[in-house]
Design a protein around this ligand. Structure first.
Ligand code: PMV
Length: 323
């Protein structure tokens, strides 16, 4: 071991375009949200076993003696699975005496990538603590293993955007591409306050697609076209076009059944308050929506969202990328 203690941090994320369609192989765009963060601190434990502390997650501390990586990998607890997978990746079969503290300000099950961010910081901190830092692509792949175990059929976009911590154009089975952003973009994120586990909405879309594959494929294709248009508009810094594409994307998400009254109410409130476009973000049925705004309108749109029932709002800027 080369370090006495290591801390890793990762941002939350939002999906700008293409959620759900991305599960079926279509492209999607996602960006990190640095206002919310997960952190993991790994230190050598004074005792012999593994201590896992998660004060923000309302879970009791876990203390395991004589742990083996293989047993942790099979654990019911996703955080132990992360540790087991990471140790296995690093060729360490026996768990060394470790104290692992995980903290997060990312709301859970609201489409902000909480699970992926927590897994990411754990992989990173542990690998670094053991003197074997892993590149983002390896971190992302390990986090994807965890996501698959606990979330059914994830597309891989969450682990990708969080592990790389930069705007991404993502399509399953293709190398991840860095998204070029031609002008700063101001987004207001509105939280419905409704917890919505991703696997439920993904499962409902799967059932809908099985019942009406032609209808769902048409919506996925339309969302894919919007993602491609939006990618160009982002490169060009064309806010009006991005906003229009967001609103159109929301309509297709409504059509496949993943919006709800709370999300539609916030989308309408944002547009009425002058947003350039708005849509739900993530799995739907709760969680967050996003609105693209001119910077001067951000506070007004955020206030309108709260007045329309948003439990919380975040104003975030996607900074233009260097050419
Ligand atoms: O984790 P969420 O709520 O942002 O949703 C992920 C986006 C989906 O496309 C619905 C699922 C996936 O795995 O891509």
């Amino acid at each position: 071991m080369t370090a006495t203690g290591v801390t890793a941090s990762a941002p939350g994320k939002i999906i700008l375009f293409g959620e759900h369609a991305v599960v079926y192989g279509h492209p999607a765009l996602a960006v990190p949200v640095s206002q919310v963060q997960a952190h993991c601190r790994v230190e050598a434990a004074s005792g012999s076993g593994l201590i896992l502390q998660t004060p923000d997650l309302d879970e009791a501390d876990i203390h395991i003696e004589n742990a083996e990586a293989a047993a942790l990998r099979q654990a019911e607890n996703p955080l132990l699975t992360v540790l087991g997978l990471t140790l296995t990746e690093l060729g360490q079969m026996q768990v060394p005496p470790l104290q692992v503290m995980v903290r997060s300000s990312i709301p859970i099950a609201r489409g902000l990538g909480s699970g992926a961010a927590i897994s990411t910081v754990m992989v990173r901190a542990l690998a670094e603590f053991l003197g074997r830092p892993l590149p983002p692509a390896r971190v992302s792949a390990l986090v994807f293993e965890v996501e698959k175990r606990y979330h059914g059929t994830p597309s891989g976009i969450d682990n990708t955007v969080v592990a790389f911590a930069e705007p991404v154009f993502f399509q399953r089975g293709r190398p991840v591409e860095r998204l070029q952003v031609g002008a700063d973009l101001t987004l207001v994120i509105g939280d419905t306050g409704i917890v919505s586990p991703t696997y439920k909405a993904v499962g409902a879309v799967r059932a809908g697609w099985q019942a009406d594959s032609a209808g769902y494929e048409a919506h996925f294709a339309a969302m894919a076209a919007l993602a491609e248009q939006a990618r160009q508009a982002l490169e060009d810094g064309n806010r009006m076009a991005i906003g229009r594409a967001m609103t159109a994307n929301h309509q297709h998400l409504q059509a496949i059944g993943v919006s709800n009254v709370a999300l539609d109410t916030l989308v309408q409130a944002a547009e009425a308050a002058g947003a350039l476009g708005a849509k739900l973000s993530g799995a739907g049925w709760g969680g967050n929506m996003i609105a693209l705004v001119q910077p001067a309108a951000a506070e007004k749109v955020a206030a309108a969202l709260r007045a329309a029932g948003a439990e919380n709002t975040i104003i975030t800027t996607i900074a233009a990328t260097a050419a």
